[in-house]
Design a protein around this ligand. Structure first.
Ligand code: NAD
Ligand code: UDP
Ligand code: UDP
Length: 338
């Protein structure tokens, strides 16, 4: 079969380097949209460390310059302030497409998932780049299968308050597969489950960042609903490893990338209490509409085809995030207690 545009491009890139195969590979040029955000900035760290050249494209909607500032003097790093809803012209080998208003507080009424993904696929098509979409476990909606396998089509309310995100990502997956089938774009799809770690947005309303910030500030932990709904929490370094394996591997996906360790929100609150402040109070609040009752990835496919599985459990990962939050909330003075 004839080579795809990406294979033709890579052949040129690799012969250009004139390095014997199996020795050191030539650095790639890689775009990370949303690279100033939480997950994106950790991915950028790894790519730069590996020797690649990275262009971050971000409109700083929820991302922060501080997340990538340590690369500013590196000639292999570039930062472009740009909204991916507008077309973009670049020449690169790979596109990691993470740009997305990722929290319920931010994602309503935003066309990034559809229009932004279309533009980045158009870019990938024109230049023969490989394209990776960071989709989400939210495509499974309020799942009727547990744990969720990639073959499950999901249970999503098309007209609810969360639909903009869920359906936006589902559409992004559809567009990605259409460009793959129709325009020979080499694509990869990751379905990411709840992820936490240093540099997480402080006040975008997600549960781990909320609980950690609340405990540090001596405020009550806000548990929504009865707190018996479950999520499975993945540490960010595990996710980044999975994304890179997926991009470099031979399989399109979709792949679930998540940690199967499942917790109720009350159990999570307990881990946060144990880690930060055993005296922290719990305050119950009404839950949000259409909140999924449970969520846990089946990661058999990623294990078998990517040789990937998470290594950091919640008890190990949470303290790593707490020191970052402590510093961002209190500066260098450790007013927050322990
Ligand atoms: P984040 O909010 O920290 O990062 C998103 C980044 O995208 C931010 O830097 C933001 O400024 C940027 N952005 C948003 N809209 C943009 C636009 N129109 N143009 C350019 N840049 C734009 O969130 P994150 O947790 O790092 O999420 C990264 C990706 O992973 C997202 O696509 C998200 O849907 C996906 N994901 C994350 C999780 C999680 O738990 N963190 C779970 C499932 C999926
Ligand atoms: N696009 C882009 N950069 C490129 C090529 C395309 O941003 O280098 C955008 C383009 O503006 C369009 C989208 O990607 O809105 C889809 O492009 P495609 O060529 O697939 O579709 P067409 O323009 O033919 O409708
Ligand atoms: N949640 C909570 N307290 C908070 C924020 C969220 O109990 O301060 C709950 C929320 O209702 C949901 C779960 O935690 O059941 C995970 O919410 P998050 O927004 O972090 O992620 P998602 O719903 O997208 O999985």
């Amino acid at each position: 079969s004839k080579p795809t545009p990406y294979q033709q491009r890579s052949a040129v890139v690799h012969s250009f380097g004139k390095v014997p195969l199996g020795l050191k590979r030539k650095g790639l040029r890689i775009v990370v949209t949303g690279g100033a955000g939480f997950v994106g900035s950790h991915l950028v760290d790894r790519l730069i460390e590996r020797g690649d050249s990275v262009i971050v494209v971000d409109n700083f909607f929820t991302g922060r310059k501080e997340n990538v500032m340590h690369h500013f003097r590196n000639p292999r790093f570039e930062l472009i302030r740009h909204d991916v809803v507008e077309p973009l012209l670049l020449e690169v080998d790979q596109i990691y497409h993470l740009a997305c208003p990722a929290s319920p507080v931010h994602y309503k009424f935003n066309p990034t998932n559809v229009v932004g993904t279309l533009n980045m696929l158009g870019l990938a098509k024109r230049i023969g780049a490989r394209f990776l979409l960071t989709s989400t476990s939210e495509v499974y909606g309020d799942p009727l299968q547990h744990p969720q396998k990639e073959t499950y089509w999901g249970n999503v309310n098309p007209i609810g308050v969360r639909s903009c995100y869920d359906e936006g990502k589902r559409t992004a997956e559809t567009l990605t597969m259409d460009y793959h089938r129709g325009a020979e774009v080499e694509v990869r799809i990751a379905r990411i489950f709840n992820t936490y770690g240093p540099r997480m947005c402080l006040d975008d309303g997600r549960v781990v960042s909320n609980f950690v910030a609340q405990a540090l500030r001596k405020e009550p932990l806000t548990v929504y609903g009865d707190g018996k709904q479950t999520r499975s929490f993945q540490y960010v370094s595990d996710l980044v490893e999975g994304l890179m394996r997926l991009m470099e591997g031979e399989h399109v996906g979709p792949f679930n990338l998540g940690n199967p360790g499942e917790f109720t929100m009350l159990e999570l609150a307990k881990v946060v209490q144990e880690t930060i402040d055993p005296e922290a109070k719990i305050e119950y609040r009404p839950n949000t509409e259409d909140d999924p009752h449970k969520r846990k990835p089946d990661i058999t496919k990623a294990k078998e085809q990517l040789g990937w599985e998470p290594k950091v459990d919640l008890h190990t990962g949470l303290p790593l995030m707490v020191s970052d939050f402590r510093q961002r909330i209190f500066g260098d003075h450790k007013e927050g207690g322990t």
